[in-house]
Every structure is written in structure tokens, then in C-alpha cells.
Design a protein around this ligand. Structure first.
Ligand SMILES: *[C@@H]1O[C@H](CO)[C@@H](O)[C@H](O)[C@H]1NC(C)=O
Ligand SMILES: *[C@@H]1O[C@H](CO)[C@@H](O)[C@H](O)[C@H]1NC(C)=O
Length: 399
């Protein structure tokens, strides 16, 4: 008890200097001021009196696996010391502890952050218990790389939410993809589980994992100034400050627990979430890059009044990432559609576009996709595409 009291006091001292405190203090959604301030107060209270770590916007405990097994718990790279061998994690099955620079066949394994990562063999898993706030939304971002030619998959879950993510090296040429997963906390402590459901012949085949981070989400609400939720994409998953790859938002996630609040990725392939620290972004700090042509689309279903006229407006641009050429963004509002051409020189910039439509139902599906596939001119193994941002939907009083 004394311990806790002391620690709370320590946290209280520390709080004003923490990054999250600063982040929470800068409200960029004036329309949500009330909700946000309330959230801020409760997060603050929670942090002070319940010693919750959930407010920390960054790596989970030993999320970069720099703390590893004792030498006696390792046989080569294989962890043999039991489920508690890797500090802060519970492991199960064939788990390897990989040092950066290690060779596998003729492949050199490079670790994105620090010097160590883990590899999950067939049916292996890593799990961590995380203190959160019941009822709040969170996003997990983690780095993943595949190591063998086989199709590899990962099942990431925070019960009852889970998602099976196919691991491809398609998106980033470094071989490591930062991937996002969203969940709603059903209790004050949740179990974050990453499991490789694979059954490969070679048990050493299986994805590498590094840099597991968490971010609290504050899902924005629709307002009368914008019926689209999170139209500026400012609310979304944690982006590693040192990674210039953005974050992959995989397809087929339930929209109410999306790591990109309000939005769902409906198509076969992912979209990329980018930030202004590493990319050119039309508005604010964050935006979405449509990286996989017609195979990747983001959508939101909004409430509409049949017969009423609406205007959907948005920015189309490029991320200043050497993604050059003629691009087209297709925007849909129910059955109405507009094609917006954009000539990209790969150096940043954007234009506005608008689609006027009359709603036919009480719900209208708003969707964006890119007509073409594009490759970076400096890196032919990296997919890229047009950026969309600042999506607004308003109803017209006088059509
Ligand atoms: C993924 O993991 C969760 C939690 O363990 C489980 O409930 C779910 O069935 C798994 N999904 C698949 C497709 O294996
Ligand atoms: C980010 O990069 C800087 C400079 O290279 C380094 O000092 C810092 O530890 C890195 N942070 C993370 C989280 O990797």
C-alpha cells in the first residue's frame, strides 16, 4: 500500500512533464472541447489515484524486447527457459530471441529498433497484461517482418477483439511493416496476445516482432459542421517517432474498434497512415495514403436524410515521398461518384475537390479509393499513392 502511495506521488510529480500530458493538453478539436476536457480530467485522476499506465503513449513494458532471457534460458536463439523468460511478457511455444545482424541462411536479420526482436514459430505466442481504462478505445502499433517465403499470418487479440493479419513485405521495402490494431477495453486489465497460427514445416519460419506500442484513442463525434467523424484523420494509431514508414492499417477491421476511429478499411489491402513529421500532409498532422489502388479503400457510413442535398469535400495530394505520376482518387457517396485527377511530382501539395449529392437513404456510404497502383520512383518495391485528408460532409439548406 505504501508502495502504491509513494508511486502515485511520484507519478503526480512526473505527470506534468510527460509527453502524453502535453498531447492531452493540446486539444485540436474545439467542437469536442467538452468531451475532451472531461476525458482529460478523468485520465488525469485515473493516473493519479489508480496508477494506470494506459495514458502512456508509446512502447508497452519491454515493448522493444531489449530486455531478454538469461543466457541459461537460451539455446542458440530458441528461448527454452519457460513462459517468463522474456521480462514483462508471457511466452508460449517456439519463440526465438533474435539479435540484430544475425544471419538466417543468406538473409541478414535487421531489427528496426534497438538490438533485439522476437520471432514466433508455429503456434507460438507472446502475451502482456496491460492496465487500461475500462470502456476506453486503444490502438496497438507493432513492427512485423516475415522471414520465409511462405504466406505468414498473425492473430493479434485483446479479447473479445481480434484480427488475423497477413504478413507481406509488400508495403515497406525495409521488410518491416508497422501495423495497427484497435480495441475497446472491456476491463481495467487486458491481455494483449500476438499469436502465429502457422503450421510450417520449418518451425523457424514465422514472423519477427518488435516495438509494440499503445495509444489511447479519443473517437471524435460527428457535428453539425461535419457529419464525417475524424474527417481530418488526426485521431489514429501511434506512429513511431523514428520510423519514416507511416503505419499500415490492415483491412477487415470492425469499424467501431478501428485503430483509425470512424473509418473502416473495406478492401483486400491496407491503407497507410502518415504524419507530418515524416511526410507532406494537406492539413493538420496526419492523413491517409491510398497505397494499393482499387484494392485499398477507406469508408465511413454516415446518417443522412433522404431527399436532402449534401456536399462532400476533401483534399487530394501527395505525401512528398517520391510518389510521382498521374493519380486519380475516386470518391463515392452512395451511388454518386467523382473522379479527382491529381498530377504528383512527389514533392508534396494538394487540391480540394467536392461532390454534391442528394441522399437516397437514411445511411450513406462515403468511400475513397485510388484508381491506379503507383510505385515510388526512388524505391520500386514500395507501393504508394495519393493522399486524402480533411474530409468534410455538410448538408445544404438551399440546394
Ligand atoms: C484469434 O485469437 C482469438 C483470441 O485467442 C480467438 O478467439 C480467435 O478465434 C482467433 N482467430 C483465429 C482465426 O484463429
Ligand atoms: C530515435 O532516434 C534517436 C537518434 O537516432 C535515438 O537517440 C533514439 O533512441 C531513437 N528512439 C527510438 C524510440 O528508437
Amino acid at each position: 500500500m505504501l508502495h502504491y502511495a509513494f508511486f502515485s506521488f511520484f507519478l503526480l510529480l512526473l505527470l506534468p512533464f510527460s509527453r502524453q500530458y502535453l498531447k492531452l493538453a493540446e486539444f485540436h478539436f474545439p467542437q469536442n472541447m467538452k468531451g475532451r476536457s472531461f476525458m482529460f480530467m478523468s485520465v488525469l485522476l485515473c493516473a493519479t489515484f489508480h496508477v494506470s499506465f494506459s495514458i502512456i503513449d508509446g512502447l508497452v513494458a519491454n515493448g522493444n524486447f531489449e530486455l531478454g532471457p538469461k543466457p541459461s534460458e537460451l539455446k542458440g536463439t530458441v528461448v527454452v527457459g519457460g513462459s517468463d523468460s522474456i521480462p514483462e511478457w508471457k511466452i508460449s511455444g517456439f519463440v526465438e530471441y533474435i539479435k540484430s545482424g544475425q544471419k538466417q541462411g543468406d538473409m541478414l536479420l535487421v531489427v528496426p529498433e534497438g538490438a533485439y526482436a522476437v520471432r514466433l514459430g508455429n503456434e507460438a505466442s507472446i502475451m502482456q497484461r496491460i492496465s487500461v481504462m475500462k470502456g476506453m478505445y486503444y490502438s496497438i502499433t507493432f513492427m512485423v517482418a516475415r522471414t520465409c517465403a511462405q504466406e505468414e499470418r498473425l492473430n493479434i487479440s485483446v479479447t473479445p477483439d481480434w484480427g488475423v493479419i497477413p504478413i507481406q513485405t509488400l508495403y515497406t521495402s525495409s521488410g518491416w511493416d508497422p501495423i495497427a490494431f484497435g480495441f475497446k477495453a472491456e476491463s481495467a486489465t487486458v491481455e494483449l496476445l500476438i499469436h502465429n497460427p502457422g503450421k510450417e514445416e520449418d518451425p523457424a519460419c514465422g514472423p519477427l516482432i518488435d516495438s509494440v506500442a499503445i495509444r489511447t484513442l479519443f473517437p471524435p463525434k460527428a457535428t453539425n459542421k461535419n457529419i464525417i467523424k475524424n474527417g481530418d484523420f488526426e485521431e489514429g494509431p501511434y506512429i513511431f517517432p523514428n520510423s519514416s514508414w507511416g503505419v499500415i492499417i490492415p483491412p477487415n477491421i470492425e469499424d467501431d474498434h478501428s485503430p483509425l476511429p470512424g473509418w473502416m478499411v473495406e478492401s483486400l489491402k491496407a491503407v497507410k497512415y502518415i504524419d507530418s513529421d515524416h511526410f507532406s500532409v494537406p492539413q493538420g498532422k496526419r492523413a491517409v495514403e491510398l497505397i494499393a489502388g482499387k484494392e485499398s479503400a477507406i469508408a465511413q457510413v454516415v446518417r443522412t436524410i433522404p431527399g436532402k442535398t449534401y456536399v462532400l469535400s476533401f483534399s487530394v495530394g501527395d505525401a512528398s515521398n517520391s510518389c510521382e505520376g498521374s493519380m486519380i482518387v475516386e470518391a463515392f457517396a452512395g451511388k454518386d461518384t467523382i473522379k479527382v485527377p491529381y498530377e504528383s511530382k512527389g514533392k508534396g501539395g494538394y487540391k480540394r475537390a467536392a461532390l454534391k449529392f442528394v441522399a437516397v437513404g437514411i445511411r450513406t456510404r462515403i468511400m475513397f479509393l485510388s484508381t491506379f497502383y503507383t510505385m515510388r520512383s526512388d524505391d520500386f518495391s514500395s507501393l504508394c499513392g495519393p493522399v486524402i485528408d480533411d474530409v468534410k460532409l455538410v448538408s445544404l439548406r438551399k440546394p
